[in-house]
Design a binder for this molecule. Structure first.
Ligand code: ADP
Ligand code: MG
Length: 538
């Protein structure tokens, strides 16, 4: 339905360009808010995602209608800039277009509507400032409430609350420097098994480190284990420029093997002399060397991923050497503890208490890969929203309290406007009310009654009342439903921008592939005189 250009049925206004955007808004409206339903999006190749995150749904929908694409782009821009508020933006687009259609059938010219919307939006953004509140500090409890609000409805309440709290404690541990925080999600286990660890977790899945070595008692009990790092292969060096070595007889062969063994023993001895407990090697470690090291109480970890290798070096204060022969006690770093644990089916090594760089790792668990991935997205959204709020420092009560207050402000302003812009302002105000109305509908309460009560409460001075999680009017500050001011501000700005763009379009002219090829062979002027409107292609 969304993919097709609806035929014009001959009715005068609105034109079909508006309906595609309206349909998109209808499709995702039911996902808004804590009671929003999930959508199952089925891709062409049969891939399935189940989510109620507006941005993921739009991203996965195959929108082909050009006007639908405009809305999709606006939603994507909102998501990448702010990471939240996409559904809000799209619901606003739908409502503003619906009002625009009504205004057009009342005989208003698109230019009047656009002009009125732009002025009303400016007025709304001015008014918005009076509802903004500031955070006290980075340890303000309201940060957790903001993170919770950003992810409510994405999973059951207890889990989302826990993810928000975990994320905040992880962020606090790294002083909100996200470059020191690692997210790892593992399928298997329960959501509640997710934990925040102070330190670095390395997957041993790709490493061929033997299990006997891992359960070596000296590793688990070692006090302040020393960490050595080698940035090259560990083993017998391949002789340069020599293709093969010819061995004449058994004596020579024995001598050669003895030499190899001596060399390996030397390598092992060098590592042992450095007092290392764990040896991270960025490349492979010779099998015999690996076994010998494990026997001497050193845990060898080979093929450590480059990014993890660098992180370990920084966090433990270890200096990676290019050859084992250069390794000394001075090159090793240290941590409080090294523990081996199996997370799901993955063997991991956890290094806690890094002296040089305070790091945190969120180990996220979910029963299936799908769940683990969604959990990861939820945590990533908590991180994004925290970044946004710390950037700007101001937040707003959620649950539609602010759009309701703004709708009332716009209605008050419209009375003072002498010309037809007055009814455009009224339309704009009604469109803002789509947020509380939709939240109420999705929660199963009567949208009109709920909105009326909320407006009465606002009139009586409680401007922070909105639609509570149960669909009934609640004070949003008391309920802890808070959002960064940037989220709503930017959703409103983007919605108005795309709506004015759509209202300006009066028709869609499509060029078939064949015509476009012809077009390409001619210069632009010729193409224009060839009957193609120059607006095409914009
Ligand atoms: P978006 O993609 O716009 O972020 P959401 O589905 O996340 O859409 O819904 C956001 C809306 O839900 C906001 O208006 C927000 O204030 C509201 N909301 C979030 N949590 C709650 C809650 N616990 N109670 C009431 N409203 C909430
Ligand atoms: Mg949201």
């Amino acid at each position: 339905m969304l993919g097709e250009t609806t035929e014009d049925d001959g009715s005068a206004e609105p034109n079909t360009t508006h309906t595609a955007a309206g349909e998109l808004a209808d499709a995702i409206r039911t996902t808004l808010g804590p009671n929003g339903l999930d959508k199952m999006v089925v891709g062409e190749n049969g891939t399935v995602i189940v989510t109620n995150d507006g941005s993921s749904i739009i991203e996965w929908m195959d929108i082909t209608h050009p006007v639908g694409r405009l809305v999709e782009q606006a939603a994507a821009a909102q998501d990448s800039a702010v990471g939240d508020g996409t559904t809000t933006a799209v619901v606003l687009v739908g409502a503003l277009l619906e009002e625009a259609a009504a205004l057009r059938s009342d005989g208003l010219h698109p230019t009047t509507i656009i002009d009125g919307y732009v002025r009303a939006a400016e007025a709304a953004l001015d008014q918005l400032e009076q509802y903004e509140r500031g955070l006290h500090s980075r340890n303000d409890d309201r940060l957790t409430q903001i993170a919770k609000t950003a992810v409510t409805g994405r999973w059951d309440d207890a889990s989302t609350d826990r993810f928000a709290e975990l994320t905040l404690s992880a962020l606090q541990a790294v002083e909100f420097d996200t470059s020191r925080l690692t997210l790892k999600s593992y399928p298997g286990g329960e959501l509640r098994d997710s934990v925040c660890l102070d330190g670095v977790v390395v997957d041993l899945e790709t490493s061929s480190t033997s299990l006997e070595a891992l359960s070596h008692p000296s590793i688990q009990t070692h006090d302040k284990p020393a960490i050595a790092m080698v940035d090259a292969e560990i083993g017998i060096e391949e002789p340069n420029h020599v293709e093969s070595v010819e061995l004449q007889d058994a004596t020579q062969r024995n001598a050669f093997q003895a030499h190899e063994q001596d060399r390996k023993a030397e390598l092992v001895e060098q590592v042992v002399q450095s007092d290392a407990t764990v040896l991270f090697c960025q490349k492979a470690i010779d099998e015999a060397v690996r076994t010998a090291l494990a026997q001497r109480g050193v845990l060898p970890v080979e093929r450590t991923r480059r990014d993890e290798f660098d992180v370990i070096a920084r966090a433990t204060g270890s200096t990676p050497v290019m050859a084992v022969d250069d390794l000394t006690v001075d090159d090793t770093g240290t941590v409080e503890s090294v523990t081996q644990r199996t997370v799901g089916t993955t063997q991991t090594l956890t290094m806690q208490g890094c002296p040089e760089e305070q790091r945190a790792t969120l180990l996220l668990r979910g029963g299936t890969p799908h769940v683990a991935e969604e959990v990861r997205r939820i945590v990533a959204d908590c991180i994004d929203v925290t970044r946004v709020i710390l950037d700007d420092g101001t937040f707003l009560p959620g649950g539609g309290a602010v759009p309701t207050a703004l709708a009332m402000d716009i209605a008050a302003l419209s009375c003072g406007i002498p010309d037809r812009t007055q009814i455009v302002f009224d339309g704009f105000g009604t469109a803002l009310e789509a947020i509380p109305r939709t939240l109420a509908t999705n929660a199963g309460t009567d949208p009109l009654n709920t909105l009326t009560t909320i407006k009465q409460r606002h009139d009586a001075g409680s401007e922070t009342v909105g639609v509570g999680p149960d669909g009934h009017p609640r004070d949003m500050i008391a309920a802890g439903v808070l959002e960064p001011a940037t989220v709503f501000r930017s959703a409103l700005q983007r919605a108005v921008a795309v709506v004015t763009q759509i209202v300006r379009i009066d028709d869609i002219v499509q060029i078939s592939a064949g015509e476009r090829r012809t077009d390409a062979r001619h210069d632009h002027a010729h193409a224009a005189t060839g009957g193609y409107p120059w607006a095409v292609g914009h």
